[in-house]
Design a protein around this ligand. Structure first.
Ligand code: UFG
Length: 333
């Protein structure tokens, strides 16, 4: 049995789906603050090899709630996605980020210690690196976050090191770059009440008459002046999580891995690819730079390739295609 925290959210639900396809029985623990019960219900009704044995509406900030969940089943490992992840929101309201992300995860690890669960795959982020000194960014690049979101995730990386040394809880910390795309059969995908991310915002602008898409800044020191990011497609990201579990199952030590493609694309290139995919013209306006946006983030992914035996396979176009199909199926009027 595997526990997925945040399994009602964007990445957690995609991982849950894959575990079910692979025949794992899982329990989902989620407070539904940003996740959606509809997604859990959809996954429950699919005829897959594994089953969602239980959905527990619980909050990691409450130690009793996670202890009670861990006491009910014998878990072999935990995938931990439950967190707040909007950089701008974290800058305005760090208190809720520290409480939700840091305290919540500390409670989870304390509960793991109590119930002798010793493997965790954790969603870390490229935001722990801050403004890069060089690209592609490898795992030895200094970690100096420039926002509260990155700070909470970096603090948790330290916490996990300490819990690994003292209590033997081994962790694979996966530092995501920019995740895009949805399940190929549109069983789950990106669904945020307030959408801040590039690809869904581009696609949503096509569905809202007269709406223009905003580009935040075109005077960065990049190939065309717009920010460059490393867009990793959901399927590839999920493959890496499965490999990370295998790694821990095979006795792998506590470690951290970048998850990205080593390719950078500018905002304008993403728009152009979205135009190819949708066959529609995307109109945009250039706005002020968004606070806290580094000019370029690109991952060096050698470590994940070598140690996890993982390889990203999907292209930016394929990622946008799957996101487009998901948007059309769920949000287009
Ligand atoms: N952008 C726009 N217009 C929009 C949305 C985004 O121009 O409407 C631009 C941003 O300025 C940025 C790029 O598109 O240059 C990507 O922005 P996203 O909001 O999609 O992603 P971020 O790079 O800001 O952040 C994402 C995750 C973070 C994570 C980070 C790590 O949301 O949680 O990747 O790289 F920390």
């Amino acid at each position: 049995m595997i526990l997925v925290t945040g399994g009602a959210g964007y990445i957690g639900s995609n991982l849950a789906l894959r575990l079910l396809e692979l025949g794992h029985n899982i329990v989902i623990f989620d407070n539904l603050s940003t996740g959606h019960i509809e997604i859990i219900n959809k996954l429950k009704n699919l005829d897959l090899k594994g089953k969602i044995v239980d959905f527990i509406k619980g909050d990691l900030k409450n130690l009793q709630e996670i202890e009670s969940a861990l006491s009910k089943y014998k878990f072999e490992a935990i995938f931990h996605f439950a967190a707040f992840s909007i950089v701008s929101e974290s800058a305005k309201n760090p208190s809720i980020y520290w409480e939700n992300n840091f305290l919540g995860t500390k409670n989870l690890l304390d509960a793991m210690k109590k119930f002798n669960i010793n493997k965790i795959v954790f969603s870390s982020t490229a935001a722990t690196y801050g403004e890069p000194n060089y690209v592609p960014i490898d795992e030895n690049h200094p970690q100096r976050p420039i926002n509260a979101y990155g700070n909470t995730k970096l603090a948790l990386e330290f916490l996990m090191d300490d819990y690994s040394k003292a209590y033997g809880i081994r962790s694979a910390r996966l530092r995501y770059f920019n995740v895009i795309g949805a399940d190929k059969f549109q069983r789950t995908g990106e669904w945020h009440e307030t959408e801040t991310h590039l690809v869904p915002n581009i696609l949503k602008s096509l569905n809202t008459k007269g709406k223009t898409f905003n580009i935040f800044g075109n005077t960065y020191n990049t190939k065309d002046g717009t920010c460059v990011r490393d867009y990793i497609v959901m399927d590839d990201l999920i493959n890496a999580h499965i490999k990370a579990l295998e790694y821990l199952n095979n006795g792998g030590k506590t470690d951290f891995f970048n998850l990205g493609t080593k390719e950078g694309n500018s905002v304008l290139e993403v728009i152009q690819t979205a135009e190819e995919v949708t066959g529609q013209k995307i109109s945009y306006e250039i706005k002020e730079k968004r606070e806290g946006d580094p000019a370029i983030l690109i991952a060096d992914n050698k470590k994940a390739k070598e140690i996890l035996n993982w390889q990203p396979e999907k292209t930016l176009k394929e990622g946008i295609e799957s996101a487009y199909n998901w948007e059309k199926a769920n949000f287009y009027k």
